[in-house]
Design a protein around this ligand. Structure first.
Ligand code: GAP
Length: 443
């Protein structure tokens, strides 16, 4: 198995249209990325896989889509205005800015090499501020949300009074978040504009430890189900110096990215901190009346918070492989779970002539109802298989002369490269069954 480096991933992403640097023709913008035709499909597939897991498989979770812009008091109540900051230093020589906890303050500047050039560390708030309305004064300052969670807390009472949810229940949300990150290296791992998939689980005080453990189990099982290699996933419990200001306890699911083990998702025990803060700051009651016991309380919260864009990087890093084939040829392949692959089925006519291309094109159109498809007629069949391997297409269907005679096609499986003959009438069911039974092979 070849080493997976970030350079290889970045290059594949650009070459095949997964991810581009934002505003590239202007020299690029740090910490911002564009998802190309295959990238947006991969991202949407991961989002849909998560959404289905949360709101369909767990029937006690409802969805929400809160706005990115919120009342500025939200961020005072949540603690982000006063606490959401990183200690920063600037190089007095070249003006580069660094996180104070990520460099040797007694050493030389990593950019220009000057010694003793750092300013004293200062706290730098990570929220992007902007203005709403025509007047750009202090009273019009609002923030781009740095997490989706607060939208859920602020709407807690609206959801309880408008739906039939009873505690314990969850509210799930996927959306953009923004942080003015200073260290944005490692491609899309840490960007200034990113997407989160968060779920806040509201439960009775005292039951939070049970649910905290339940959700840790569920979230790890989710990544296994997504086909991620279990050996590339592990837990990390936050030490007292790592815990966020709102957390009673927190665990990260870490993934073995090309640059090492790093956080993928956080599972946080947030107690009644957030709802209590919003009750205090808004003056509106955030309590819940238990219909069975008639008790009134502010619920405790267990949060599962995953980065969607970070999940995209994980899926690419986990799937990437360069495999040596018989004869010394090497194929680059992405072993995506079929649910995640941007293209599920490619239809390839063996030759263009004798009505084979027309037959294949018609078959591809018929498969569109069930799968995301692609039709490719150009180049030798081996090269077409390689192109599909490189974007992670799990199934290739080849139409040949025999197809015209007996209505069968060759179904080629990406991971094993096995080829089987399948009747067209069984094709959809065969692919669906193979997807259901898909198992990631650890190499
Ligand atoms: N509501 C809790 C919260 O936001 P967090 O640990 O700051 O917690 C949760 O973020 C997840 O969001 C992280 O595990 C990561 O996957 C993702 N994330 C956070 N900052 C990010 C950034 N700058 N770029 C990409 N993903 C980020």
């Amino acid at each position: 198995m070849a080493e997976v480096t970030m350079d290889k991933i970045v290059s594949l992403c650009k070459r095949r249209g997964f991810i581009f640097q934002s505003s590239e023709i202007y020299g690029g913008l740090n910490g911002a990325y564009d998802y190309g035709p295959l990238g947006v499909q991969l991202k949407n597939n991961i989002r849909d896989f998560w959404w289905k897991e949360m709101t369909q498989i767990h029937d006690d979770i409802v969805g929400l889509d809160a706005s990115i812009l919120m009342h500025p008091r939200v961020w005072e109540a949540s603690g982000h205005v006063s606490n959401f900051s990183d200690p920063m230093v600037d190089c007095k020589q070249c003006k580069s800015r660094f996180r104070a906890d990520q460099i040797d303050l007694k050493g030389a500047c990593p950019t220009c090499g000057t010694k003793d050039s750092f300013t004293e560390p200062r706290n730098f708030n990570l929220m992007f501020a902007t203005h709403i309305g025509a007047n750009a004064d202090a009273s019009s300052t609002i923030y781009l949300r740095p997490e989706t969670a607060q939208g859920i807390y602020v709407d807690f009472k609206n959801v309880v009074s408008s739906s039939r949810v009873k505690i314990p229940f969850g509210i799930a949300q996927v959306g953009k978040s923004f942080r003015n990150e200073i260290t944005t290296k490692n491609f899309i791992f840490r960007s200034c504009e990113f997407e989160q998939m968060e779920m806040q689980w509201f439960c009775k005080p005292g039951s939070d430890e049970h649910w905290f453990s339940y959700w840790r189990e569920q979230r790890m099982a989710f990544y296994h189900k997504m086909g991620i290699k279990p050996s590339s996933l592990r837990w990390h419990q936050h030490g007292p110096d790592e815990l966020a200001f709102y957390a009673k306890d927190a665990y990260d699911i870490q993934f073995l990215f090309p640059m090492g083990w790093q956080e993928l998702e956080g599972v946080h025990s947030r107690t009644d901190y957030d709802l209590t803060q919003h009750q205090t700051f808004s003056g509106k009651e955030m309590t819940y009346l238990d219909p069975e016991s008639n008790e009134r309380y502010i619920p405790y919260v267990v949060e599962t918070s995953a980065g969607l864009t970070r999940n995209v990087l994980m899926a690419l890093s986990d799937a990437y492989d360069e495999e040596e084939l018989e004869g010394g040829d090497v194929r680059t392949v992405l072993h995506f779970h079929p649910h995640l692959a941007p293209v599920t089925v490619a239809v390839l006519p063996l030759v263009k002539k004798d009505g084979i291309a027309e037959f294949a094109s018609k078959l591809e159109r018929e498969l569109r109802d069930d799968f995301s498809t692609f039709y490719d007629v150009s180049g030798a069949i081996g090269r077409r298989y390689r192109r599909m391997d490189e974007i992670g297409t799990p199934y290739c269907v080849t139409v040949d002369y025999q197809t015209l005679e007996d209505q069968t096609v060759t179904l080629r499986l990406r991971d094993s490269m096995e080829q089987v003959r399948v009747a067209i009438s069984d094709l959809v069911a065969t692919i669906k069954q193979a997807t259901k039974e898909y198992k990631r092979v650890e190499r």
